[in-house]
Write a protein that binds this ligand. Structure first.
Ligand code: ADP
Length: 675
């Protein structure tokens, strides 16, 4: 019996015992077949190689039944070397085969079959020796694969010795650096290093000698043509079988595309940022000059132009000139001694026909460059070779002006620049339209303010005179009807006076001329008097007052504060036509006093409450109730300027409550002392 790990040996093959023992233990696989190819003997090494134990006397040709040519194609039975020998009756040359063992492993074998002849010379069988070359074969395949990988790599893979002399050079290296293998092998790697970076090689070699790998080092190397190439290199030490560092392998990747795309991305982000800030600043800016300067600066920087300018389109068909408005990148004096651009072929398309003009080399521009006397340019004009002009077109289709850019080198402006400027120009045009409108509205509004100030001032004098005469007349004895008419006239003159006074006050506020005469007084006393006067004068409403028990001292302009309270009370009565009572409260809350005026009138919607304090605002449902919409505006201005505030609480159709809040005088003094 054989042990489990000892392969079984089969047959004698007709050999003598001694010879057989020798073969049994031989490390080389051996087996025998008879003249019919039937297996008559195999040794331990053969069993190990086949990975199985064949059955003697039953199996033919070989102990393996899955055989292939070295390239992996299946090998037909008659092609098995031993079969061929038996068929030919002569010794076969050694041949290489591949077998698959029962466990699925593949082996490469060299087969040496040899015919065995009997004493009479007849063929008795075949002796075959099998040599396992799997390991060598694998090494060979590995090397071939590695070499194929190195060759097919797009990266440059180069090996060099410790003196920096190039030992191998792949296709990638040839493509990146332009040298063939023959041109560089045996030469120093410094061939690829720009002069100002030669010291890098010393540093690299020093590290390699110390066994240190250099990973993804980004630097510049030189192409055969002298062109510089940005590369990322990884250099690793190469060791011999004894572990000694004998050289270095270097993998270099051309990172031009990456650097370019990074730069493009950076540029793109920068452009976006500029676009964003320009867009924001031109939409926020309502001043024409500000918008145009911002646009000219930003687009000059975006296009990389040497100078950029905005020209107003002041030209008419008779040839009047365009007017320079803003300039960026060049001192304005340059244009001082120069005539403005004329009606030339270069400018007209932009200013007259709304065309974008982009020319790589304006000095070669057909008609324009021939223009006398200075090839299209005025004398002393700084050099413009690249030229870009974008019209700024108003909403109504008119060309407001043109953005012009120049650069002394050719081909500086791209389609991308053109698009960027067109976009900004479109935004600028909208803003310019808006700013024009704004300026118009502003000037109209200023004119209106001037008119109001003048008119109210002019009205004031005759009104005072009329009131004077009416007062004199009303003191004279008159019949009842005349007296009634006189009273009514006086009442209307008072109303007119209040209106004119409101208008005057508004003008004073707008022009910053509303002055206050500050004094310390008891607002409770003031309120008592107001309530009393109202109780006599108002025929329609009762005034119910709840006033603070103590004096409430504040500091302010007595007359203006009284005016503010009167406004609120008049409104409360005016806007509660169906009610017969209004309420006035005075209380002290913390460090403030609060005067509340409440009515049960028409009330206000939330939207109306928001607009209430703007001048000339009147709610939609005030028809039939006289007023200018100035009272609350003036009230708020007066209270704000006293460091107080005004609040409104109202429910539509139910009534309103207005609260005036002012700091108490004690509080004010405390603060002053504290400072
Ligand atoms: P005027 O009373 O001259 O119109 P105001 O500035 O005093 O101007 O008031 C502005 C508008 O606020 C009024 O036109 C009115 O629509 C609304 N308003 C003011 N007070 C009240 C109130 N107590 N109740 C309802 N609406 C009011």
């Amino acid at each position: 019996m054989q042990s489990n790990d000892e392969p079984e040996i089969g047959g004698s093959g007709g050999m003598g015992v001694e010879f057989r023992q020798l073969l049994d233990d031989s490390p080389v696989a051996n087996y025998l077949c008879d003249a019919q190819g039937k297996l008559t003997y195999f040794n331990k090494a053969a069993v190990k190689l086949w990975g199985r134990t064949p059955t003697l006397g039953k199996e033919y040709w070989c102990g393996s039944w899955k055989m292939f040519y070295p390239d992996g194609k299946p090998m037909p039975l008659e092609e098995i070397p031993i079969a061929k020998v038996l068929k030919k009756g002569c010794r076969e040359e050694s041949s290489e085969i591949r077998i698959e063992c029962p466990d699925g492993s593949l082996k490469f074998l060299l087969v040496f079959p040899k015919s065995i002849f009997g004493k009479e010379g007849g063929l008795q069988g075949v002796h075959s020796t099998l040599v396992d070359i799997t390991d060598q074969k694998r090494d060979h395949i590995k090397k071939e694969t590695l070499s194929a990988i190195v060759q097919s790599s797009d990266d440059a893979i180069v090996s060099k010795n410790l003196q920096g002399i190039i030992a191998s050079w792949n296709r990638g290296a040839q493509e990146i650096f332009g040298y063939t293998e023959e041109e560089v092998v045996g030469r120093s790697i410094t061939l690829l290093i720009p002069e100002d970076r030669l010291n890098e090689e010393d540093v690299i070699l020093d590290k390699i000698k110390r066994g240190i790998k250099i990973d993804h080092f980004e630097t510049i190397r030189k192409h055969k043509s002298g062109r510089e190439i940005p590369v990322s290199i990884t250099v690793s030490p190469v060791k011999d079988s004894g572990g000694n560092i004998v050289g270095a392998s270097k993998v270099a990747r051309d990172i031009t595309a990456r650097i370019e795309s990074q730069a493009a991305m950076k540029k793109y982000i920068r452009n976006l940022e500029t676009l964003n800030t320009v867009g924001k600043s031109i939409s926020e800016n309502l001043n024409v000059e500000g918008i145009l300067q911002r646009v000219t600066d930003a687009t000059t920087s975006l296009t990389g132009a040497a100078f950029g300018a905005f020209f107003y389109n002041n030209c008419d068909d008779k040839g009047n000139t365009f007017q320079l408005f803003t300039l960026s990148g060049a001192p304005r004096e340059i244009f001082d001694h120069m005539a403005m651009p004329r009606h030339t072929d270069l400018f007209l398309p932009t200013f007259r026909d709304r065309k974008v003009v982009r020319i790589d080399d304006v000095t070669k521009h057909g008609d324009f460059a021939k223009n006398a006397p200075y090839n299209g340019m005025p004398k002393g004009h700084f050099s413009v070779v690249s030229y870009l002009a974008i019209p700024v077109i108003s909403k109504n289709g008119n060309v407001i002006g043109g953005l012009l850019y120049g650069h002394p080198e050719a081909g500086k402006f791209t389609a991308e620049h053109e698009l960027l400027v067109i976009n900004i120009a479109a935004q600028a045009a909208v803003s310019l339209d808006n700013s024009k409108l704004f300026e118009q509205v502003k000037s109209l509004s200023e004119k209106k303010d001037e008119f109001i100030a003048l008119a109210s001032h002019e009205l004031k004098t005759p009104l005072t005179t009329i009131k004077g005469y009416l007062q004199v007349l009303s003191k004279k004895k008159a019949d009842k009807v005349s007296q009634l008419f006189l009273d009514k006239s006086l009442c209307q003159v008072d109303k007119l006076n209040t209106l004119v006074e409101d208008l005057l006050n508004m003008s004073r506020i707008e022009s910053g001329q509303l002055n206050f005469n500050l004094e310390v007084f008891d607002i409770r006393e003031m309120l008592k008097e107001i309530v009393e006067t109202f109780s006599y004068s108002s025929q329609s409403h009762r005034v119910t007052a709840t006033l603070w028990n103590d004096a409430v001292i504040i500091e302010g302009d007595k007359q203006r504060i009284e005016q503010a309270i009167l406004n609120l009370m008049t409104n409360a009565i005016k806007y509660s036509p169906k009610a017969d009572e209004i309420f006035v409260d005075l209380e002290v809350v913390g460090e403030n006093m609060v005067v509340k005026v409440r009515d049960m009138g028409i009330g206000l919607t939330e939207e109306q409450q928001r607009q209430l304090f703007t001048r000339f605002y009147r709610a939609e449902d005030t028809q039939g109730i006289s007023g200018l919409g100035l009272g609350l505006y003036l009230t708020k201005q007066i209270i704000d300027r006293h460091g107080g505030s005004i609040e409104v609480a109202s429910e539509y159709g139910m009534g309103s409550e207005f609260s005036l809040i002012l700091p108490l005088a004690v509080q004010k003094f405390k603060k002053v002392n504290a400072i």
